[in-house]
Write a protein that binds this ligand. Structure first.
Ligand SMILES: NC(=O)c1ccc[n+]([C@@H]2O[C@H](COP(=O)([O-])OP(=O)(O)OC[C@H]3O[C@@H](n4cnc5c(N)ncnc54)[C@H](OP(=O)(O)O)[C@@H]3O)[C@@H](O)[C@H]2O)c1
Length: 440
């Protein structure tokens, strides 16, 4: 083989992404040849009904895996890496469950395993974390990494329609699959957050260590009350350093309007990366779609054709912490009688939970008590809601949704904070300034 030989790409999967990739490659081959000195071309395609994996592997310099699923994708990717082939994959479930095994194989054989399209589609968050921020100490990530649920929540807030109707609209428009389970339960976002946490903290994180919940229980009522409280709802992924360990989770969360992710609407994705040295950066764009995802896959292919990019190696073994502090929105359906708020407040107080704001609405059968609480350990909040649920005047299971407290007042970073007297360059200044006012 000489450096002028074509660069041979074996394509595993020819569906939404694979089909778009083949088309894009065809259209961009001249340009890529001019830039890299080698012409990329498809050497074989595997689907359920055509192609032979052994032949494709034998005749390829790089394998693109866009089949999805765990097996046989895992077996094929591993075989390709062990045979000294670079691999590009868009498969988040595969990386979240078997990433360590695959990255180890890539390191052992000195080949590249690239996966930009596995998280947030064409948004270049993987490359930014692996390359641009390779020297930064990342403290926290927040992500809207599932376009289906973001579309559904955006529509529920915009039209007031119930969850089932918004889901049906998403399916009609192709934003949700016929079986939307992985999206609406938060599992898809959990896999992506496991991959991001792995890169951010250099510690192995598997899908079963990510706590996740979905959006099926969200009502349009919650969204209407939240608007009154100045909040917008997102299915939010969080990966952060906590007490010498890390916490990785996905759940619905209310954001205040000033948060950089609050304005991300429809099927778009976005990730906010926080680090003392850089304050924070937010990357956003289309999170899915054939041509968009194919573009990210092709970017990975081109980068594998030119000099090295790192394969992530574990640099630490941090414990995963499950009980973290969160602020909550609490929605109670109550009997319309005196002393209701006082009794609820007393129970919350016993568990160390303090109330930030309250809306009381309705009479008789329709009376509601909706509040936003200050941050507290989630186990203490759970204990309080269990006690509240047992009160005579509670008419339905309490609904709770987390609220992100940070309000991101960006200009504060430029000024000396009157509260703490930290100067602009202080590593803790940005976070301190962004934190919303707490109790009192
Ligand atoms: N769609 C998106 O917008 C998007 C965005 C980001 C990431 N991704 C990821 O990209 C991957 C592909 O998604 P997609 O939407 O393109 O899926 P898709 O439309 O269902 O296409 C899957 C392709 O893989 C082939 N395939 C599946 N199992 C196979 C097997 N056991 N042996 C041989 N071929 C097999 C299918 O063959 P047949 O044609 O014979 O059925 C089909 O051609 C997934 O990992 C997904 O999570 C997708």
């Amino acid at each position: 083989m000489t450096s002028t030989d074509p660069f041979r790409i074996g394509l595993l999967g020819h569906g939404t992404v694979g089909g778009a990739f083949a088309e894009l490659l065809d259209g961009r081959a001249d340009e890529i040849e001019a830039r890299t000195g080698r012409r990329p071309e498809l050497s074989g395609v595997l689907t359920r009904s055509r192609g032979d994996f052994e032949e494709i592997l034998e005749g390829s310099d790089l394998i693109v895996e866009v089949m999805g699923g765990l097996e046989p994708a895992r077996e094929y990717v591993l075989r390709a890496l062990n045979a000294g082939r670079h691999v590009v994959t868009a498969n988040k479930q595969l990386l979240a469950e078997h990433g360590e095994e695959l990255w180890a194989a890539a390191r052992e054989h000195g080949v590249r395993l690239r996966f930009e399209a596995a998280v947030a589609g064409v948004v270049p968050v993987i490359r930014v974390m692996q390359e641009t921020l390779a020297g930064a100490y990342i403290e926290r990530l927040h992500g809207i990494v599932n376009g289906t649920t973001n579309y559904i929540l955006t529509e529920m807030a915009r039209t007031g329609e119930p969850y089932a109707d918004a889901l049906a609209a998403a399916q009609r428009l192709g934003y949700a699959e016929a079986d939307p389970t992985d999206d609406v339960t938060g599992k898809d976002a959990a896999a992506k957050m496991a991959i991001l946490a792995r890169l951010a903290f250099g510690t192995p994180v598997s899908l079963d260590q990510v706590i996740y919940e979905g959006i099926e229980q969200i009502t349009s009522d919650d969204l209407a009350f939240a608007r009154e409280l100045g909040l917008g709802l997102k299915l939010l992924g969080t990966a952060e350093r906590v007490d010498g360990g890390i916490s990785v989770r996905v759940h619905p969360a209310f954001l205040y309007a000033g948060h950089p992710l609050a304005s991300v609407s429809g099927p778009y994705n976005a990730v906010t990366i926080e680090s003392p040295a850089i304050t924070e950066i937010t990357l956003s764009g289309p999170g899915a779609g054939g041509p968009q995802t194919a573009s990210a896959v092709l970017g990975d292919v081109v980068s594998a054709m030119v000099p090295p990019a790192p394969t992530p190696e574990p640099t630490s073994a941090l414990p995963v912490i499950t009980d973290v502090e969160s602020a909550f929105y609490l929605h109670l359906e109550v009997d319309d009688e005196p002393g209701v708020l006082a009794q609820v407040a007393q129970i919350l107080g016993l568990q160390g939970v303090s109330i930030k704001s309250v809306v009381q609405e309705g009479m008789g059968e329709k009376a509601r008590l909706v509040m936003v609480l200050h941050p507290v350990l989630e186990s203490r909040f759970a204990a309080a809601t269990k006690m509240i649920e047992g009160l005579d005047f509670i008419r339905a299971t309490p609904r709770a949704i987390r609220v992100l407290e940070e309000q991101f007042v960006l200009c504060a970073f430029l000024l000396r904070c009157p509260g703490c007297e930290r100067s602009p360059g202080h590593p803790r200044a940005a976070r301190h300034h962004r934190a919303a006012p707490r109790r009192g």
